[in-house]
Design a protein. Structure first.
Length: 407
């Protein structure tokens, strides 16, 4: 018995003397994160890490002039989880002082993309040829999946300073966000990551042409070609979606987060200008429009907005959770109704709104006058990344709504 007690005492002393493993701290400053997409390609973006007074971390994701604040960060031991704001996508993995590795996950779509991150690297892309023989600044008439049934048109808008390139591709359904990258000799490389979409564009360029591949995460890729065309313009976004023959009014009834069934026939929406937003909480262009609408509604009378959410979440509860998250993060006070969950398939969305010829894009914005007549349907959204087009949209929108309110 005495021997057992002696051994136990020795073990306790040894355990007490054993050095505790020091806490690992993430290095503060700029990190380079790279997602492993298809064909051995890496999709880079920059992440800034800062430690607050209370010992917790704050982070920021950078895409050109876009800054995304990440404040939902969980750390346990050497495990880390970064939840991107609004969207369901998150980064999870392990870390040391100067390195992270793990997965970017979007659960509702069963998408998983490996990533690594290293501290102290600011250059998004390495440049092998610093000489600037070409300049891609300007307008590019672009065709994605050219000569295929899936072909669609885009408009490239770029600004180049030395080797650095920023800009976006506009399409009839929206823009490809804040792209940032380089022109390295004749190689153009652009990327963007916002927690919903992970975009990489690689192309060979001349003074007047591009030929490249567009990657979306590790689940999709397609070719694209482009030529310089300073006068090129996309089809009018107000002409792409319209009411089917025999309809002049929109009608629907969908639930809100409290279980109330909301309809345009409700008293709240009588004798007012109504803006109906077809959207999804997974959609960055919809987020841009939502931020715009929240700001626009400040101090506006006789105008109401209703969001109709078409969600990828697999359950109704998860879909409403995403809607609540969006409303809380952005300060949305107008109702967002759950029109569909489990898929954001556009054909199924059109079945919910049979008076429309189709649902071509999220977002789609339907503007209704005080008498309940549909006056305009705008497909897609030209967000802040489109520069002058965003300003033009805001001016046209304000002019139309003011006119309808005064009728």
């Amino acid at each position: 018995m005495k021997l057992g007690i002696a051994v136990l005492s020795i073990l306790l002393v040894l355990v007490g003397c054993k050095e505790e493993k020091p806490e690992v701290n993430l290095s503060e400053g700029i990190w380079l994160v790279e997602l492993d997409v298809m064909d051995g390609q890496a999709l880079p973006f920059n992440l800034k890490v800062a430690k607050k007074i209370d010992g917790s971390y704050a982070m920021q994701i950078f895409n050109a002039e876009e800054v995304i604040d990440v404040d939902e960060i969980e750390i346990k031991g050497d495990s880390i989880r970064l939840q991107t704001p609004v969207f369901e996508g998150y980064l999870t993995g392990t870390f040391t002082e100067n390195k992270m590795e793990g997965l970017f996950i979007k659960e509702s779509l069963n998408r998983i993309v490996p990533f690594t991150a290293v501290y102290g690297t600011e250059d998004r892309f390495k440049i092998n040829n610093k000489s600037v023989d070409n300049n891609v600044s300007g307008i590019w008439e672009t065709y994605f999946s050219p000569d295929l049934a899936e072909e669609y048109v885009g408009k490239g808008i770029f600004l180049q300073e030395d080797n650095k390139v920023t800009g976006t591709f506009r399409t009839t359904t929206g823009d490809y966000r804040f792209l940032e990258g380089v022109l390295d000799g004749d190689s153009l490389r652009l990327s963007a990551f916002d927690g919903a979409h992970a975009f990489l564009f690689n192309a060979k360029v001349t003074d007047s042409s591009m030929n490249g591949i567009f990657y979306s995460g590790n689940h999709f890729k397609e070719p694209f070609i482009a030529t310089r065309n300073d006068t090129f313009e996309l089809p009018d976004p107000d002409s792409l979606t319209f009411m089917n023959a025999g309809y002049d009014k929109l009608a629907f009834t969908f639930p809100d987060g409290d279980g109330n069934m909301i309809s345009l026939a409700d008293e709240t929406y009588q004798n007012k200008v109504i803006i109906v937003q077809l959207m999804g909480t997974w959609c960055p262009n919809c987020l841009d429009e939502t931020i715009f609408l929240v700001d626009y509604l400040k101090n506006k009378d006789n105008v109401e907005v209703i969001g109709l959410a078409f969600e990828s979440a697999k359950t109704e509860a998860k879909a409403f959770e995403g809607i609540r998250r969006l409303k809380d993060r952005i300060g949305v006070e107008y109702p967002i109704l759950l029109a569909q969950y489990g898929t954001y398939d556009k054909q199924k969305a059109q079945e919910k709104l049979p008076m429309l010829n189709h649902v071509l894009s999220y977002p789609t914005t339907i503007i209704i006058d005080k008498k309940g007549n549909v006056r305009k349907i705008h497909t897609g959204f030209n967000g802040p990344a489109t520069g002058d087009k965003f300003v033009e949209f805001k001016n046209n929108f304000n002019e139309l709504i003011s006119e309808l309110v005064s009728e």
